[in-house]
Design a protein around this ligand. Structure first.
Ligand SMILES: Cc1cc2nc3c(=O)[nH]c(=O)nc-3n(C[C@H](O)[C@H](O)[C@H](O)COP(=O)(O)O)c2cc1C
Length: 309
């Protein structure tokens, strides 16, 4: 017999039938008159994280919102991550009344705005402003070519007629999904230092965890609690098993034992990819026997490429 209750799955199941922890972001978008609109959102998450030509986030929202309409029109937005102070969350909830026009809610909004970094670097690339007090911001472009969504147009505030897209653009009568390319990540220095130098528990920013709108009354969230670190137990492969894979990686390029000792900690599933990267480097550099020194050069090159991104 199951130890669980079986809940009814209904509209907005993530907040009506579950306790689902979510981030809180304020999305800035460009209105027709060039001003910036702000709207609070939680259904945002990383979407393309590796292996594509770009990185992307996914936003799920009501298609008649100012945010959706502005994204359909301009393709640009910024995801501003706010802090967890109750005052900040209150200000966010103030921006959430469905149907409020930007001209009605923005004059009463106390969040400070500043120029987008993308626009600062290229003034011809018009972007919405970003929130000065955000901890971090992702500046984005909607990838409207995906799923044929480039034919979706703004202007329909009473529900779109089908046919609908599966995952990008207008996806139902009142719903939209936006795959948002990550153009720039902006972060306050204190936190970017932590990312670059390695985080300690106390370096994590105070971001709220949001549990959505419940009982047709309240938005529920909690503040940051103490961070804990859980050490991953590294599994070391044996030199023989790595040698077996290395000897089959290429018919000309070979590895010394000392070189292979540097990759004993690489999980088995990633080993062929890592070895292939080394072989490619060796071929580019006319090396037939990869040594420990070469592995250091390859690693340095990799971390430099990562930092450039
Ligand atoms: C904390 C919070 C999270 C929200 N998350 C979402 C969401 O993920 N998707 C959505 O469609 N609406 C969400 N809403 C409701 C929107 O904020 C609301 O539709 C609002 O009118 C949008 O503003 P806009 O029309 O200026 O874009 C959320 C509201 C709050 C307060």
């Amino acid at each position: 017999m199951s130890s669980f209750e079986n809940l009814r799955i209904v509209d907005n199941f993530y907040q009506t039938s579950l306790f689902f922890p979510m981030p809180t972001v304020i999305i800035s978008t460009l209105c027709e008159d060039g001003t910036t609109n702000l709207g609070p959102y939680s259904l945002v998450q990383p979407y393309y994280v590796a292996g594509k030509d770009y990185y992307a986030m996914l936003l799920c929202c009501r298609n008649s919102s100012n945010t959706a309409q502005n994204i359909l029109r301009t393709g640009k937005c910024a995801l501003n991550f706010i802090d967890d102070k109750p005052k900040t969350f209150k200000e966010a909830v103030k921006l959430s009344w469905p149907g409020d026009k930007p001209s009605e809610k923005m004059p009463k909004c106390n969040f400070k705005l500043e120029k987008s970094l993308v626009e600062e670097l290229d003034p011809s690339d018009k972007r919405p402003m970003v929130m000065t007090d955000a901890i971090e911001v992702i500046e984005c472009t909607w990838m409207k070519e995906l799923d044929g969504a480039d034919k979706d147009v703004p202007g329909e505030l009473n529900g779109y007629e089908g046919p609908y897209h599966d995952f990008n653009g207008i996806t139902s009568k009142f719903g939209a999904h936006f795959i948002l390319r990550v153009d720039k990540i902006l972060m306050k220095k204190k936190y970017s230092d932590a990312i670059i130098n390695g985080v300690r528990a106390k370096d994590f920013p105070a971001l709220p965890v949001d549990y959505g709108y419940r009982d047709s009354k309240n938005f529920w969230f909690h503040r940051k609690t103490r961070m804990r670190a859980e050490l991953l137990q590294m599994r070391q492969a044996s030199l023989e098993s790595v040698r077996y894979a290395a000897d089959r990686a290429d018919d000309k390029v070979k590895f010394t034992d000392e070189a292979l000792m540097t990759v004993l900690g690489v999980p088995r599933v990633f080993l062929p990819l890592v070895l292939k990267g080394c072989v490619d480097w060796a071929k580019e550099n006319n090396v037939n026997l990869i040594t420990e020194e070469h592995m250091k050069i390859i690693n340095d090159k990799r971390s430099k490429e990562k930092n450039k991104k």
